[in-house]
Design a protein around this ligand. Structure first.
Ligand code: NAI
Length: 362
């Protein structure tokens, strides 16, 4: 069956990894028609925004999109394309499976966990007050007048909202996903001992939802700092892990680091109506345009997209091809080749050609 998918190549290494991903998807046998849409730093001069309305419309039309990373220009006042996309399409779930790939040089070879990150609120809600502005000073006065504490007048302020509704949605998604995927445990991560009215609320809603799954799915919770230590010492103790937005973002990179780095970590932003698949990593300006990027993360994001579209065979072929290329270890990009192996690392295009050969052989 033919599927039309919106492709947002993004910028930086996004254009390179997106091209690699398209070739690999074609080799997998899936019949995808790509509808190109623009986003990222390059759109600012052209359209006055890094996320043109036409791009949001294109995702709404096709319901499924895959995107490369987009640079967020620092200090220009433009918000992150990702944050804006997630908000405007209500993509409330950020799903990031983390799995060891033998041969990828990760610190562990038996990691198999799934990060479920709330995607719309918390400190990422974008509600901020710049230091020294009249609004920031008014807010500081208001907080003091409430007897809620005092804030230094030279503070900038970011607001951390955590709601019952959004927490219920994300925790229910985590439990439903865990049941459907035959997983055994959901862990909620928080700092409820300190932030009682935001993280404390997150934890109490998570416990309520967990009660509805009693007998069907195990549940526990961890304080975020202890969780980080536990992850580094023994990530196999975790299965499906549900987080408020900020901790989930940080834990995703931590988890990626345990299995070999950002070049390997796929992801998806999922809502009730739309899904946008993207790697965890950013636009990597330090290596952009040099044919050095590892496209694996975006290719594995495409495999998640194919699962979502019901094309499980094509997705399995891609994953099997990736496992073979890493297990053979002859043609891997520089981010993986940290172990002083002899010979030049593969380029992005070299890795992609090798992967396509393996997929065709399998
Ligand atoms: P980054 O993920 O782009 O890079 C961090 C480090 O990892 C760099 O040394 C980079 O070379 C390396 N790296 C990342 N992906 C790689 C890959 N596929 N292959 C090989 N090496 C890879 O994070 P950074 O530097 O913090 O952000 C750069 C830009 O990307 C910023 O403008 C940021 O806002 C944006 N960003 C965009 C995201 C998205 O669009 N989904 C997500 C994260 C950051």
């Amino acid at each position: 069956m033919r599927h039309t998918v919106t492709l947002i190549p993004g910028d930086g290494i996004g254009t390179e990894t997106s091209a690699a991903m398209q070739q690999v998807v074609a080799a997998s046998g899936a019949d995808i028609e790509w509808e190109l849409a623009e986003a990222g730093a390059g759109c600012i001069d052209k359209y006055g925004t890094p996320l043109p309305d036409a791009t949001i419309e294109a995702v709404k039309r096709n319901k499924v999109a895959i995107k490369g990373p987009c640079t967020t220009p620092v200090g220009t006042g433009f918000r992150s394309v990702n944050v804006a996309l997630r908000k405007s399409l209500n993509l409330y779930v950020n799903l990031r499976p983390v799995m060891s790939i033998p041969g990828a040089g990760g610190r562990y070879d038996d990691v198999d966990l799934v990060i479920v990150r709330e995607n719309t609120e918390d400190l990422y809600a974008g509600i901020e007050f710049e230091e020294g502005t009249s609004k920031a000073l008014e807010l500081i006065d208001f907080i003091e007048a409430q007897g809620a504490g005092s804030i230094a007048k030279d503070s900038g302020i970011s607001i951390k909202p955590i709601s019952i509704g959004a927490t219920k949605n994300i925790v229910e998604f985590a439990f439903d996903y865990a049941v459907k995927q035959g997983r055994h445990k959901v862990t909620a991560v928080h700092k409820a001992n300190i932030m009682k009215h935001s993280d404390g609320l997150f934890l109490s809603v998570a416990r309520d939802v967990a009660q509805g799954f009693e007998g069907r799915m195990a549940f526990d919770d961890r304080i975020v700092d202890a969780f980080c230590m536990n992850m580094v010492m023994d990530p196999t103790q975790f299965d499906v892990i549900v987080f408020p937005n900020l901790y989930g973002d940080i834990a995703s990179d931590l988890a990626a680091g345990l299995v070999g780095g950002l070049g390997l970590a796929p992801g998806a932003n999922i809502g009730k109506e739309y899904a946008v698949f993207e790697a965890v990593h950013g636009s990597a300006p330090d290596i952009a345009g040099k044919n050095l990027a590892n496209p694996t993360a975006q290719i594995l994001s495409a495999a998640m997209m194919l699962d979502h579209l019901g094309e499980q065979d094509a997705a399995s072929r891609i994953r099997a091809g990736v496992r073979t290329v890493y297990a053979e270890g002859r043609c891997l990009t520089g981010d993986i080749r940290r172990d002083g192996r002899e010979g030049e690392p593969a380029t992005c295009t070299g890795f992609t050609e090798e992967l396509i050969r393996k997929i065709e052989e399998l």
